[in-house]
Every structure is written in structure tokens, then in C-alpha cells.
Design a protein around this ligand. Structure first.
Ligand SMILES: [Zn+2]
Length: 97
């Protein structure tokens, strides 16, 4: 009788622990907010231009996007930037007419 191949959630084998560590890594990568307001501000111009050009911020710069989701002051700044860029674009389009 052998149940060696069954991995229990509280498995203490090296394989089981490695699996837990990997899971924790994934969770940390999803939740750790290593983008602070300064970093966000640095990348914001770039992201605003991408968004103004029609890109999805979630795919373009996910780390910044995640910060924007949980930081109100950056979101307000970002939205203002996008609005300016869109207005500029509209102005350019008007000039082209
Ligand atoms: Zn912020």
C-alpha cells in the first residue's frame, strides 16, 4: 500500500514546500506594490500617451496600472494628463482639416 504520490496541502516534503514557495512568489508578484508614486509619476507620461493613442494600460504597463488602481492622487494626475494629450490630439486634427 503506497500513497507516496499523493501530495497533501500540509505536505512537508521538499516538493510540497517548493510548490508553496512558488505559489507565494506568484501571489507576491500579483500583490506587491513595488511601484510608488515617484516611479508612477516617471512612467505616467509614457502611459498617458499610450492610452491617448488607444492602448490598454493594463497590458501596456501593468505595474503602473496596478498602482493607479489603488492610488487616487496618481489616478487624478494621470487622467488630467490623458485629457491634455487628447485635447492636443484634437487640436492637431483640427489643424489638419
Ligand atoms: Zn501614487
Amino acid at each position: 500500500m503506497s500513497d507516496q504520490h499523493t501530495i497533501q496541502p500540509d505536505d512537508n516534503s521538499p516538493e510540497g514546500r517548493q510548490r508553496v514557495v512558488l505559489l507565494l512568489h506568484e501571489m507576491l508578484q500579483m500583490h506587491v506594490d513595488d511601484v510608488d508614486c515617484v516611479t508612477c509619476g516617471d512612467k505616467m507620461d509614457c502611459l498617458a500617451e499610450l492610452v491617448a493613442a488607444g492602448s490598454n494600460p493594463k497590458h501596456a504597463l501593468p505595474a503602473i496600472y496596478n498602482h493607479l488602481k489603488c492610488c487616487r492622487s496618481c489616478t487624478e494626475e494621470f487622467e488630467a494628463l490623458v485629457a491634455v494629450l487628447l485635447a492636443e490630439q484634437a487640436g492637431k486634427l483640427d489643424e489638419l482639416k
